[in-house]
Design a protein around this ligand. Sequence first.
Ligand SMILES: C[S@@+](CC[C@H](N)C(=O)[O-])C[C@H]1O[C@@H](n2cnc3c(N)ncnc32)[C@H](O)[C@@H]1O
Length: 261
Amino acid sequence: MFHTLIKNLSARWKSYRYRFVPWIALNFKNRTIRGVPKGSEDKVISDKQVEDTLKTLFTKINGVSSKPEIVLGVMRDVLGFTVEKAKSQVGGTGVYVTNGAVPKGTVLAMYPGTVYFTYEPILLQSIGNPFIFRCLDGLLIDGNDKSISKLIYRSCSKRERSGPYMTSDMSWLSSDGLLNPLALGQYVNNQSKKFPANVVYQEYDVTDDFPLHLMKYIPNIRYSSTHHNTETRFIRTVILVSTRDIKAGEEIFSTYFTMVY
Ligand SMILES: C[S@@+](CC[C@H](N)C(=O)[O-])C[C@H]1O[C@@H](n2cnc3c(N)ncnc32)[C@H](O)[C@@H]1O
């Protein structure tokens, strides 16, 4: 009987398709589901566009001071807009476009955090944690910037550094300085009737050919060491892409409920 229970649970988990894990999804009564046809991979812009945006922004930020006003100034010059955290219109903290305008189909944020493969232990970190994001292939990203999640991200980042090079951004965990101004996607709230979604999530895997000196701006790190895992050395990132033009002053909303059918 126990065996059947585990089998059923595991089958249900495999067919689970929402972006946020069940303990977050349960909080929402009125779920508007975004359907994605199976096999479409759910990409609204190409990997090449994502890569170009990240490389261009990181190259311009590289070497400037980590003072937020300086970094945001560079972001404004390069991308034509800035995004920042502020009190949400629906609950807690949210993310707003604070300057300029975001055209449709633009990378405007990233979902930072520790990346867990399906076989890695996340239970302890996940209890009461509303920041666990689920990728379409089941990988989980813990974007919580507090408590045990924060300690784990920091220690994995230190483990992965490559000689003088940091291979991930830790600045989203504190207010000591800003490296990657896009790394605030974990604070984007779920859409509602009054505030329909204006962004979607999209997976983007950073591979070995990404310039090593720009890796310090990648706000994701693998829970397990990449060095022992030659087949899967990529770093999963998740970006948020605008689905319409967004003006300064508007809050960003996504849909936590993406259903693959
Ligand atoms: C990933 S966090 C988003 C950031 C969060 N607002 C905060 O201040 O930390 C997810 C949590 O935000 C809240 N949230 C997100 N969308 C919401 C909405 N439309 N209405 C009310 N609360 C929402 C819920 O508490 C949810 O568990």
